[in-house]
Design a protein around this ligand. Structure first.
Ligand code: ZN
Length: 165
């Protein structure tokens, strides 16, 4: 596995639509391993393939409950509403307030290309929405309530609980 370069806002690859994954290849398996390693290295809670420059419908998420790998994910149900801080590894040093569903259900394929369903609420629901948006070339910066803010660290940087996706 290897850590890949994370593309940043302004890079046009982040605005493009991703292609469906039709079969699992060694290359795709390596990509998924690299995406997980890159997400953990950058302390993110999620990463989408276009963020490492690959236009495939693949996302990885870990909100502290173990890794989730989703191929060709689609939101099939959403309910409720939550407004909270959101960040993105492709928009370093910034955050914004975004309203998302409180609860979502997602249909996808796992790494063996078998159908799976994932349900999330709270942070997981937010991460699922955020990452799946990346696959349509959408960034959270266009959904913020009052624009972007600079991340400011208190004296104790270790204590920061900012999450980036
Ligand atoms: Zn993001």
């Amino acid at each position: 596995m290897a850590i890949r370069e994370v593309r940043e806002i302004g890079d046009e690859i982040l605005t493009k639509k991703c292609k469906e994954v039709t079969r699992m290849t060694l290359r795709t398996k390596i990509l998924i391993g690299d995406m997980l390693e890159t997400m953990y290295d950058k302390c993110g809670v999620g990463l989408a393939a276009p963020q490492v420059g690959i236009l495939k419908r693949i996302v990885v998420i870990d909100v502290g409950e173990g890794p989730i790998v989703l191929i060709n994910p689609e939101i099939t149900e959403s309910s409720g509403e939550q407004t909270g801080e959101e960040g993105c590894l492709s928009v370093p040093g910034k955050w914004g307030l975004v309203t998302r569903p409180e609860h979502v259900k997602v249909r996808a394929l796992d790494q063996e290309m078998q159908p799976i369903e994932v349900e999330g609420e709270g942070l997981l629901a937010r991460a699922l929405c955020h990452e799946i948006d990346h696959l349509s070339g959408e960034l959270y910066v266009n959904k913020t309530e009052d624009g972007l803010h600079d991340v400011t660290y208190e004296e104790d940087e270790e204590g920061s609980d900012e999450t980036e996706e």
